[in-house]
Design a protein around this ligand. Structure first.
Ligand SMILES: Cc1cc2nc3c(=O)[nH]c(=O)nc-3n(C[C@H](O)[C@H](O)[C@H](O)COP(=O)(O)OP(=O)(O)OC[C@H]3O[C@@H](n4cnc5c(N)ncnc54)[C@H](O)[C@@H]3O)c2cc1C
Length: 481
């Protein structure tokens, strides 16, 4: 039996359910990746993300080639390309791992139907999450809207089933399709219509495993305390790997729990806090799968202050935010980190999102789109879920009256301003006392810090206290209407 394993957001060979099943059941395996032309043309994702994906594909192609298999690739509309490949290679079956984004679900439904009509067997597998939406439900089978309830049931399910990590299929080398299909080198970013980017994150499965080992042996040991400090290497920075499936969540969780089981220095709170973050990831996937309308708009229409109307004021505030020129150092550092590296620390993501929505009163979907276009780990479920959390419109959202104070967040989580100085070099010589609110420096202090406010670094684009009060007042008016 000959078949296609259709790679999508699972760019690895270990713990790969579709590949493992194919190797068990077929004599010939053809791995295929399709560059989704309509999606690439839409530029929903940015160059950093596309370059990272290409790096992951290179690594996958090389791992497969070490075992005698050639990663096949096509460019075009995925339904048509998979159908054409299935016809050309006369395959009996196509296997893939499931994707939970509404657009992907619809695409997969159509292709499964058309392959079925052509007499090709289709099997799909759970992979991208430990538990799919319908596996972790409330007492009456309802989807869960509160993270705490979801988390409790997720752990019950984990202890009841302890999902295994699958090894790399040993028989891969024997599954080479004959006659062996030939594929040329993978396209470059410019060939796909994107800029080449020097990546700050090492792509591919091998690098994901290396990074996981580094994290579990080091930063995990102080994760609960250090994860909120953006200047430190306190978190794993594995999100691009979970996004592209160069690392499976099962592998990540088992590795952390094994480190705990072995004893040593790692503590239970550190490990469980980290696994909690992966459960947030699963929670948001569950929200997207159960309530697909969130991809297009708010989960609920709550009484929060209305967004600023469109117009020149709104546009100039949004541009200041996008370029890291708001005059709020922690916000500017975060956005510049994103623009330069394709990644932003989680604490700072929350601060910049709150600032956009509640201080600048710009609709959260503009921020959501901007993040999608700039993050390497850009993921509809996690991005939408978190933006809706910050906007107080999500299932389990930050309360509407809770508004981050950027200067206080900065003093608490970047006390000496090391993170700010790294991304906002204009403030490199500003003292720790003023780094969080440099506009409060006197003219002499500005002179000494070699930074003239309003010239070298902008004045705050809005006054936080005033903006906060305005947001709260507008929210109250909404409630009264
Ligand atoms: C406004 C906003 C937008 C976001 N957009 C994305 C996005 O597009 N893609 C994305 O992967 N994450 C997103 N996040 C979540 C989070 O910021 C990143 O997952 C995290 O910063 C990744 O860093 P890390 O790998 O070091 O995480 P760690 O702290 O090491 O956590 C381990 C893993 O858990 C998952 N995770 C951690 N925090 C969250 C969270 N709050 N929600 C969902 N999953 C989480 C990630 O897969 C992460 O790699 C967003 C957060 C906010 C506030």
């Amino acid at each position: 039996m000959r078949g296609i394993v259709w790679y999508r957001r699972d760019l690895r060979i270990a713990d790969h359910p579709a590949l493992s099943a194919a190797c068990k059941g077929w004599s010939e395996v053809i791995p295929l990746f399709v560059f989704d032309e309509p999606l690439l043309h839409s530029h929903v994702f940015g160059s950093a993300c596309v370059n990272f994906m290409l790096g992951c594909l290179q690594d996958l192609a090389s791992s497969l080639s070490d075992r005698g298999l050639t990663l096949q690739w096509r460019r075009g509309e995925p339904v048509e390309e998979v159908l054409r490949a299935a016809r050309e290679w006369k395959v009996d079956a196509v296997y893939w791992n499931r994707d939970y984004e509404p657009r992907a679900i619809e695409r997969d439904r159509i292709i499964a139907q058309r392959l079925g009509q052509a007499g090709v067997v289709v099997r799909t597998f759970k992979d991208h999450v430990v538990f799919e939406a319908d596996e972790v439900r409330g007492a009456t089978g309802e989807p869960l809207q509160r993270y705490s309830a979801y988390r409790a049931r997720w752990w019950t399910k984990w202890h009841a089933t302890t999902p295994a990590v699958l090894p790399v299929p040993t028989a891969l080398a024997e599954k080479v399709a004959a006659p062996r299909p030939v594929s040329s080198h993978l396209p470059t970013a410019p060939e796909l219509g994107y800029d080449p980017v020097a990546l700050r994150f090492e792509p591919g499965e091998r690098n994901a495993l290396k990074r996981l080992r580094w994290f579990v042996q080091g930063p995990l040991h102080s994760y609960a305390t250090n994860r909120n400090l953006p200047a430190n290497d306190g978190c794993s920075q594995l999100s691009p790997h979970f996004r592209f499936g160069t690392l499976s969540p099962r592998k990540g969780i088992h590795t952390a729990l094994n480190a705990l089981a072995k004893g040593g220095r790692v503590s239970r709170p550190d490990v469980l806090t980290w696994v909690d973050e992966l459960i947030w990831r699963e929670f948001f996937h569950q929200v997207l799968a159960s309530f697909p309308h969130v991809a297009e708009g708010p989960f609920r229409n709550v009484a929060v202050a209305p967004s600023r109307e469109s117009g020149p004021v709104r546009d100039s505030l949004f541009q200041a935010w996008c370029h890291g020129q708001t005059g709020y150092p922690i916000v500017d550092a975060g956005i510049r980190q994103l623009n330069q590296t394709g990644w932003m620390h989680n604490r700072v993501r929350m601060v910049v999102a709150s600032f956009l929505i509640k201080d600048l009163r710009i609709d959260w979907q503009s921020g959501e789109r901007y993040f999608m276009q700039h993050l390497i780990d850009a993921d509809v479920a996690a991005n939408n879920g978190n933006w809706q959390w910050c906007a107080s419109t999500g299932t389990d959202a930050m309360r509407g009256y809770r508004i981050f104070n950027p200067a206080l967040q900065s003093k608490k989580f970047d006390p000496d301003g090391a993170y700010i100085r790294r991304y906002v070099p204009e403030l490199a010589h500003v003292s720790a006392k003023h780094i969080h609110e440099p506009h409060l420096m006197t003219a002499d202090e500005q002179e000494r810090a070699r930074c003239r406010i309003g010239d070298d670094y902008p004045l705050p684009v809005v006054d936080h206290q005033h903006a906060r009060q305005e947001y709260l007042n507008l929210g109250k008016q909404e409630v009264m209407r």
